[in-house]
Design a protein around this ligand. Sequence first.
Ligand SMILES: [Zn+2]
Length: 259
Amino acid sequence: MNQSAAKLMVVTQQAAVSGGYLIVQTEPGSQVAFQERLYQADPEGYLAIGIGRDVAGLHELTAIDGAGQRTSLEVWIDSRSFNIQRVSGLPSELVTPPQSVTDRIVREAKAVNSARAAGNRVDFWREEQFIWPAQGRISGVYGSQRYYNDISGSPHWGVDIASPTGSPVLAPAGGIVVLAEADLYFSGGTLVLDHGGGLSSSFLHLSKLLVEVGQAVVQGQLLAEIGASGRATGPHLDWRMNLHGERIDAVLWADTPVP
Ligand SMILES: [Zn+2]
């Protein structure tokens, strides 16, 4: 046994599944490597790593401390199966966008990605037990393979919560508003909330936005109203989570106890 081996542990074993995440505790100042990416621990030694939808099986975590000393740990990631969901009755320009809106779609995707990478130094991601931002029937789940009007699309990344237009959308945890757009092509009224630690929530298809970019919000605060804007067949909230650029299952985050 190597007595100088640095601390390295996963404190959220139940979320170690495809589309899930690992919250890792190591020495402050250390970096942790996972799947050829490096993650920086916060001043208390914590960091979170997103697990891709199609990642499963045995993987290695390696902590590298300030002196270059390495400590490794094997983690098992449970696989999940994802269903197929067919969405029909959409206007054809929302399934196969015309050439004239290509620039707009690319520009909007860039704006959303750069907002998610904002990297505010707040700790809501590991200090708060997240709550669901809306109530209603679950009409879509993370990871399902989508067909829009019988045309294969990308997997569905959020949880869809169906509720009438005007229903409240609450902050699942504290955060900083990093994007507030009333009308994006696919997602309609869209908000992105940075919870710190590389974790953000996105809220899609909103009918009304009640917060502004730069605003700090607290858990449970009213953020917006549910709608059917963008590519939607009826009013619902699509709640997504992004962790260091990886799309993860928001339900798993909300339903896993804070370590
Ligand atoms: Zn959706």
